[in-house]
Design a protein around this ligand. Structure first.
Ligand SMILES: [Zn+2]
Ligand SMILES: [Zn+2]
Length: 259
């Protein structure tokens, strides 16, 4: 039976007014065979909400981490993050990473925070969720310096070059594509996807952001990961079933705890 996994979603941030309750949103996804979800935490205070969602729904797992574009650039409380990373239903550490596109002035804080996340991921032996934008060199350097290949992880919402993707794959990472892959303007990203090995690719919505074509202008939700899968199938010249099978297997290989 074909099924899909949304490997990166923010279920705590969805527009419930327009989309209905979370229960309805997940049921809608499951009616289209989107059957598993990794709900991503973005700050220490928000973890409880994310964790409760993952405890309530057996098909939802979660992460613990501090997003590089957090509004408050306080020092990441490593002890608190470690505790969260150790808790039940948490299968990944992040999202963490570097975003020099939106926040180059906070590069130093972002680098320190990423190093803390890598240490904690190794301590709890869980893969990393990495957000990287306009920071190819520093991201790769920090992953290497921190020994991130011991746990591997995901470069999520990937928009960078083929060279970066292949370097990350060499470090034991997977490359995850979001709705950006469906955008008209994303020819070069589709070209990157076409060159990557299928056993290293994941799909995500990153909802509530980045609604894929043909739903632009509407609120994003996990069921729309299908649109990412459709475009990926086209780009790779394989069937939608093959995309479902490969991306699901990849997710389970990276996160055996989600089986
Ligand atoms: Zn992100
Ligand atoms: Zn995210």
């Amino acid at each position: 039976m074909t099924s899909f996994i949304d490997s990166h979603c923010h279920l705590d941030r969805l527009n419930y007014d327009s989309l209905g309750s979370l229960k309805d949103i997940l049921a809608r996804a499951e009616s289209k065979q989107v059957e598993k979800f990794l709900c991503i935490s973005t700050n220490l205070d928000g973890f409880d909400t994310v964790s409760k969602i993952a405890q309530k729904y057996p098909q939802v797992f979660c992460s613990a981490g501090v997003h590089p574009l957090q509004d408050e650039y306080f020092k990441v409380d490593a002890e608190r993050l470690l505790k969260q990373a150790q808790s039940e239903r948490v299968i990944a550490v992040g999202e963490t990473g570097l975003d020099y596109f939106y926040s180059p002035e906070n590069a130093q804080w972002q680098k320190e925070a990423l190093a803390v996340h890598i240490e904690i991921a190794k301590q709890v032996n869980k893969p990393l969720i990495i957000h990287s934008r306009d920071a190819r060199k520093d991201t790769l350097e920090l992953l290497v310096a921190g020994g991130a290949s011991k746990v591997g992880g995901i470069l999520h919402c990937f928009t960078e070059s083929i060279e970066m993707a292949l370097a990350a794959i060499d470090l034991g990472f997977y490359i995850s594509f979001s709705g950006i892959l469906t955008f008209k303007s994303a020819d070069s990203l589709r070209d990157v996807a076409s060159q990557l090995p299928l056993d290293r690719i994941l799909i995500e919505t990153d909802c509530p952001w980045l609604t894929p074509v043909p739903f632009r202008g509407k609120d994003n939700q996990p069921v729309h990961v299908l649109e990412v899968a459709r475009v990926l199938a086209e780009v790779k010249g394989v069937t939608l079933d093959e995309i479902a099978k490969a991306t699901t297997e990849n997710f389970h290989r990276l996160f055996p705890a989600s089986l």
